[in-house]
Each structure stands twice: as structure tokens, then as C-alpha cells.
Design a protein around this ligand. Structure first.
Ligand code: ADP
Length: 637
């Protein structure tokens, strides 16, 4: 080996991967075991080659220029080398920063040392190909024994100092059992917050705050056992500028031996405080998410829309009745485990969600699954978001699932009860209606006018009550999926006139106006649209003062018809407007004497949606509201 014992001794005992390059030939002269481990080569394979040859790569011109500058520099210099191509392409080196320093050997020859400094602990953990320093140092190689006495080491002190000084990593060499600070570089002084006055002092005088800290055990362990020791992420409190600061460091202790006897230690420290604290924060955040997910019994899914690969957590798997942890598949595990009655609807929802312009990627559905293994029926609420690329192509679909089976079963029971009660109430009501009509007939025959007027009032109350009960029956039918839309072609003005007349017979004292325009033929469920109009006009009256005006108007283009009911009533504040169409929603600030159950608008919205239409409200609080809906003229069923 052309390099002297001094330099081989130093680089051999260095815990950092280093290689030495001759400034004249630019060929590699020596590399320590750590460098060989990183490069995954043997000495023979790389000795005498130039750096580009070793890395099978032309070095960028900036790097070449740097080496030239380094060669010609009058002082030992050290600076980071950027080798971008290398960093991204060549895996063994990709977790390292490169530093190069020029130094003068004891013989006076100029050499360049290239240092590989690991980027972070995280990177180290990920890449198992990086040799663990501990294993690299257990067999420290011959060089480390080559200095026969400390005095011999001392003899090359100037050279040694140069090397340590130019090291990009904080380094310290201590002598003897008291660990007297013998050589220390600026990086280490900076790290421990001291100046060069620590030189010549034993460790407990140089850094007294270390006394009692666990790190001291590591120090003595290396000295006593002679085993090179690597301790990642050690917490050390140091007094800097009069304040105690806790930091985390990756430490290496390399014993310097003479004939097998330890005479000193070479120590390095890499400040990893930021990594450790951000890792701690990250772990804490993960833990918080995990706990809240567990508490909320939320499952999660994550789908790569480009590769089609999906990830489900355990909870999500459970909700689809899957106990294995193998890879899941969209068709086999998701679609095939959906309840057959929900399959078509969910496919349509997904097509909508993957269309950025239509949905902005927002996913919020309820569906049933039939457990793949346990065959259990479960109700799931799924919420998620699709992320798109610049061309609006879906990239990632991520979200959570919640088991709502119990809630659904409760709802089902409530629903069944409402359905049954409404049904039972309708029977006596129909009889009362029949008896009243009989009485009306007799009163008419006998011209009993006073009696007739009372019977008329009773009949209109029965009608009101029938409407209310019908409302509940409809909600119940809707919930159990029993509401069907029977479309037919009819002319809309006829229906509008009919509803207005009916309203006027039931409600007196309001100015209900229908603004007629051209006749329009629609293809829809006439009875259901009748219900929608009755609800909207009924509300316009209910939420307006007596004598107030209600306007009904419509407009059609080639494809759709829009019908609006305009009142000058109490109006609705913006915060309520979106929620009015939810089941059982009522504005609680309203006069409590206005009766209602909060189901009318919900029914309207459901009916309109089943016609592929839309319903909305525009309103100004205190001034009035306009409820409008539009449906396609020829919507397919
Ligand atoms: P209900 O009228 O039976 O309470 P709806 O579902 O028909 O139930 O209406 C829900 C809520 O919307 C009502 O409670 C009321 O607060 C509000 N609302 C509906 N129509 C109007 C309207 N025309 N003007 C003001 N508020 C209205």
C-alpha cells in the first residue's frame, strides 16, 4: 500500500467510510473497511482506480473542478461534494453525503480524503446494505495496531490533527483511562459548546455535566472491553451558553490499541436531535391517530389508482369479513363482498367520485357488505377522498369505513314502528272520512247548512291528518326502499292548477297565484310530483303571515323544467338552508306553535332525486323564500 502507516492507521480506525486519493494520479490508494462495506467491494477491486471508474460514473464537471481546487489549495480544506446523479441512482452510496479534504502526509505528499457521511439515522435503518459500524469495527483490521506506542501516534500529531480537523464529523481523540482530551476538531467543540481550552483536560473536567449521565458508561465500556462501540440516538444534556440543553447524538467509540492494549479512544458524534425529536413527534402523532381510530372503530383504506394496489387495515378487513393479511383486490375483495342490491349503486357512485369535475373526489356513501368468510351482513359508512394529478386523472383514493349496522338496525326498528303506526292510524281515519261524507250527503239533502259547514271543516281536518300520516308512511316506505316511481307523460299546468285549487280549499286567507306559461309535457310520476308541490306550497303558507302572497311559476327549456314556489314569509338563515332537506330537520328558532315533523322537504328531495332532478332554496331571513326544483323532461326511469 503506497500510503504510510500513519494515514492507514488513522483511516483504519476511523468509524467513517473514507478513501484516500493521490492528488497527482487521482487514483485511489487506500480505503478503510467501512468504505469497502458501503461500496460492497474488496480492496483489490478498487485499488488503483480513479473515483469515476469506481463509481462507474462520470463525475459532474463541478465535482471535477472541486477536486482540482482541492489539489491546488494551499491550506487543508473540506467541503461537501454534490454528486446528484450518484445520490439518486447508485444505491449503496445514496444514503451518504460526500466530503473531500486535502491533507499533507507525514512524508509531505498531498492526498485527498473522501468521506462518506450518512445522511440520517432513518436512512441507515432503511438500508440494510449499509454496514453497521459495530460489526465493521469488531474486526478492526491490521492498521489499527500499526502504531506501536502512543508516542508514535504523537509523533504524527500534526498530520493526525490535520485529518481530524478536516473531518466534517465532530471528532475527539482522548488519551488514557481518564480520557484526557488530546485532539479535538472545531465541529466537536461546536457540538459540546466549548473552546480549545478543553485540550489536556480529563473528560470530567472538560465536560463536567456528563458526570452521572448514562453516556459515560458507554465511554468506559469501549475503553475497558476494547470493542468498538456504536450507540445511536443517545440523549445527552450539555451546558451551552450557560443553559442545559438536551440533544441526541449517534456516537462511535473506537479504541486505539497498542499490542492489543487500549491506550486511547477515537470518538465521533453526529447531532441527530432533529431526527430523533421529529421521529418522536411522528410516533406520537401515529399513536394518537391509532388510538383515536381504535376508539372510533374506524377502518382505513388506501388505493393507488395507478397500479390498482389497495391497502386495508385490520378493521377494514374485518368489515368485509376477511381475516387474512394477504394483499386485497378491488374486484375480488371489495366489489364481490358488496351486497348484490348495492353493487350497481356503488359502481355509479365510484364513477362519479373518480370524475374530478363532477365530485371533486369527495366520497361519502353507505352500503352493505356480506362478510367473505363469516357471511355476516354489515352496514358500512365510507368516507374518503380521491386525489388527482394535473390532468385530473385519479392517483390515490384514501378514506375510512365505519360499521353502522347497529345504528341501521335501530333506524329500521323505528321505521318499522312508524310504518306500522301510520298504517294502523289510517284505517280509523278512512272510516271517519267515510262517515263524514255520509253525514255531508244527508246534511246536503236536508239543507242543514250549519251542520254542512261543520262537516266540511271536519273533512278538511281529516284531509290534513291523512296528509301527515301519508308523509310518515312515505318516509317509512322510502327508508325500506319500497317507494317506487311510476312515470307517465302528462301536461304540467294541469297538475299545477289542481294542486293550487286543492290548497285553496284547505287553506283560506292566502293569496296563492299561479303564473301560467306555455304547456309543458313531462315524463314523471304525477302523484309524487303532486306531493312535492303540496309540500312546497303548504310550507310557503305555513311559514308566512296570514294574507301573504304565494307565487308559483315554472319555466322550461328543451331538456328540463324548473318549478318555483315563492313566498314572502319568515325566510331562512343561511346556516339552515343546506340542512332543510335532511330527515327530521326543523329550524328550532322558529315559532314553536308552527306544527311539523321535518319530513316534508326530505320527501321532496328524495322524490326529485329519483327523477334525476335537483331541489334547492334561496332565501333571505325575514323577507321570504323561493324553493325550486328541476327535473329532466324525459328522464329515463
Ligand atoms: P316541517 O315544515 O314539517 O317542519 P319540512 O321538511 O317541510 O318540515 O321543512 C323543514 C323546515 O324547513 C321547517 O321546519 C322550516 O323550519 C323550514 N322551512 C320549510 N319551508 C319553509 C318556508 N317556505 N319558509 C321558511 N322556512 C321553511
Amino acid at each position: 500500500m503506497p500510503t504510510t502507516n500513519n494515514s492507514t492507521s488513522f483511516i483504519g480506525s476511523s468509524p467513517i467510510p473514507i478513501c484516500i486519493i493521490d492528488t497527482d494520479s487521482m487514483k485511489l490508494e487506500h480505503a478503510n473497511t467501512q468504505f469497502l462495506a458501503v461500496a460492497q467491494v474488496s480492496t483489490k477491486e478498487i485499488l488503483g482506480l480513479t473515483l469515476p471508474e469506481i463509481l462507474s460514473q462520470d463525475l459532474p464537471s463541478t465535482v471535477a473542478a472541486f477536486f482540482l481546487e482541492l489539489k491546488n489549495a494551499s491550506q487543508p480544506i473540506s467541503m461537501p461534494v454534490q454528486i446528484p446523479d450518484l445520490e439518486s441512482r447508485i444505491s449503496p452510496f445514496s444514503n451518504y453525503h460526500y466530503f473531500a479534504s486535502r491533507f499533507e502526509e507525514a512524508s509531505g505528499k498531498l492526498k485527498i480524503a473522501v468521506w462518506l457521511v450518512v445522511k440520517s439515522i432513518a436512512a441507515k435503518e432503511q438500508d440494510t446494505s449499509i454496514a453497521s459500524p459495530t460489526s465493521a469495527y469488531e474486526e478492526p483490521g491490521e492498521e489499527i495496531h500499526s502504531a506501536e506506542t502512543w508516542t508514535q501516534l504523537e509523533a504524527s500529531r500534526e498530520w493526525f490533527k490535520n485529518m481530524v480537523r478536516s473531518s466534517p464529523v465532530p471528532m475527539l481523540i482522548t488519551k488514557g483511562e481518564n480520557m484526557v482530551f488530546n485532539v479535538i476538531n472545531d465541529a466537536m467543540l461546536n457540538l459540546i459548546g466549548r473552546d480549545s481550552s478543553v485540550l489536556g483536560k480529563p473528560w470530567f473536567e472538560a465536560i463536567p455535566e456528563l458526570v452521572g449521565q448514562p453516556v459515560v458508561d458507554e465511554l468506559f465500556y469501549a475503553y475497558r472491553t476494547g470493542i468498538t462501540h456504536y450507540v445511536p440516538g443517545v440523549g445527552i444534556s450539555l451546558i451551552k451558553n450557560g443553559e442545559s440543553t438536551l440533544g441526541y447524538y449517534d456516537l462511535t467509540y473506537t479504541p486505539l490499541k497498542v499490542n492489543g492494549k487500549v491506550i486511547g479512544l477515537m470518538q465521533t458524534a453526529t447531532d441527530v436531535t432533529e431526527h430523533v425529536t421529529s421521529k418522536e413527534k411522528l410516533l406520537k402523532a401515529y399513536e394518537q391517530i391509532r388510538l383515536s381510530k381504535e376508539a372510533a372503530e374506524l377502518g382505513t383504506f388506501d388505493m393507488d389508482m395507478v397500479t390498482g394496489r389497495m391497502q386495508w387495515d385490520d378493521r377494514c378487513r374485518l368489515l368485509f369479513g376477511i381475516s387474512h393479511s394477504n394483499e386485497v383486490d378491488f374486484d375480488r375483495d371489495f366489489l364481490q363482498n358488496l351486497h348484490p342490491d348495492d353493487l350497481e349503486r356503488i359502481n355509479a357512485v365510484l364513477a362519479y367520485v373518480f370524475d374530478k369535475r363532477a365530485s371533486n373526489g369527495i366520497y361519502d356513501v353507505e352500503y352493505r357488505t356480506i362478510g367473505f368468510e363469516d357471511k355476516r351482513l354489515r352496514w358500512i359508512r365510507a368516507k374518503g377522498q380521491v386525489y388527482f394529478d394535473a390532468n385530473d386523472k385519479p392517483q390515490r383514493f384514501i378514506g375510512s369505513v365505519l360499521d353502522i349496522t347497529e345504528q341501521k338496525e335501530d333506524e329500521q326498528r323505528k321505521n318499522d314502528f312508524i310504518g306500522m303506526a301510520s298504517h294502523e292510524l289510517k284505517t280509523p281515519l278512512t272510516s271517519i272520512n267515510g262517515y263524514l261524507q255520509l253525514l255531508q250527503h244527508h246534511a246536503r239533502l236536508q239543507s242543514e247548512n250549519r251542520m254542512l259547514s261543520t262537516i266540511d271543516k271536519s273533512l278538511s281536518q281529516v284531509k290534513r291528518m291523512t296528509r301527515m300520516i301519508d308523509g310518515f308512511l312515505n318516509v317509512s316506505r322510502l327508508e325500506s326502499g319500497k317507494i317506487a316511481i311510476h312515470k307517465q307523460q302528462f301536461e304540467i299546468t294541469g297538475l299545477l292548477k289542481e294542486v293550487c285549487e286543492e290548497t285553496l280549499t284547505l287553506t283560506k286567507g292566502y293569496d296563492v297565484k299561479l303564473r301560467l306559461a306555455d304547456e309543458v309535457i313531462v315524463y314523471a310520476d304525477r302523484n309524487k310530483l303532486n306531493q312535492v308541490l303540496q309540500n312546497l306550497i303548504g310550507n310557503a303558507i305555513k311559514y308566512s303571515d296570514l294574507g301573504s302572497e304565494v307565487n308559483i311559476q315554472y319555466a322550461a327549456d328543451q331538456n328540463t323544467i324548473t318549478i318555483s314556489v315563492i313566498d314572502k314569509g319568515i325566510g331562512i338563515k343561511p346556516e339552515h338552508q343546506q340542512k332543510l332537506f335532511d330527515r327530521y330537520y326543523r329550524v328550532d328558532e322558529n315559532d314553536s306553535t308552527i306544527a311539523g315533523f321535518g319530513i316534508g322537504l326530505y320527501l321532496c328531495a328524495e322524490i326529485v332525486t329519483r327523477h334525476q332532478g335537483k331541489i334547492w332554496v334561496e332565501s333571505e331571513f325575514g323577507k321570504g323564500s323561493t324553493f325550486s326544483f328541476c327535473i329532466p323532461l324525459n328522464a329515463a326511469s
